[in-house]
Design a protein around this ligand. Structure first.
Ligand SMILES: [Zn+2]
Length: 200
């Protein structure tokens, strides 16, 4: 029996049992592999606590919501991209940002539909040309959120699962009618000037 590093164990697990396994809650027959996976997840969370601010951690990992009008990007209308603060995946674009006056940063679409191609993948794995033409919303995922007795549609980063905010159906009608209401603390803004792209 060879003792391998936890990273190797983790990658072996994710490649072996990545199909449709939902994590069992309290199961007495938890396998060594599952225990190792949970340990790995715990370690990842601990690492995130070190790199994220308490607010960023609370919002992205505990589905928190920042106070209205408190976010750094609520009134920002510079040209650029908004990436997930946890993993760096591009999730929104300034192209779709609009002032909804709801107190949070609002977009009527996701970065999948952006025509601003910064090419700033920076090793984050974003395959620009394909994702830009697709209409699947693949840089974010949606999930029903029933927290607090309200039924809302949660929006998460599709790459790392970070909670970003919610999407509502009261956005601008001419752009499809959706309003992505996003916590600034879940985002990192990358101005276009930093990536040498053409502005509109
Ligand atoms: Zn992410």
């Amino acid at each position: 029996m060879v003792e391998s590093s936890s990273a190797a164990v983790a990658s072996a697990i994710s490649s072996n049992s990545n199909s449709c396994e939902s994590s069992p809650s309290k199961d007495s027959t938890v396998s060594a592999a599952e225990r190792s996976k949970r340990q790995w997840k715990y370690q990842e969370k601990q690492k995130l606590r070190q790199v994220l601010s308490p607010l960023q951690y609370h919002i992205t990992q505990e589905k928190g919501t920042e106070k209205p009008h408190s976010g750094a990007y609520v009134k920002l209308f510079e040209t650029g991209n908004y990436t997930c603060v946890v993993c760096g995946q591009r999730v929104f674009s300034s192209e779709h940002k609009y002032p909804s006056h709801c107190g949070w940063a609002t977009f009527y679409n996701t970065a999948d539909q952006a025509s601003i191609n910064t090419g700033s993948t920076n090793g984050s794995g974003i395959q620009s040309s394909e994702s830009l033409s697709g209409n699947t919303g693949s840089c974010v995922e949606r999930a029903i959120d029933t927290f607090d007795g309200l039924v809302r549609m949660e929006v998460k980063c599709s790459k790392c699962g970070a909670h970003l905010g919610h999407v509502f159906d009261d956005g601008p009608k001419k752009y499809g009618g959706e309003r992505y209401c996003v916590n600034s603390a879940a985002l990192k803004f990358i101005p276009s000037s930093q990536v040498n792209t053409q502005t509109q």
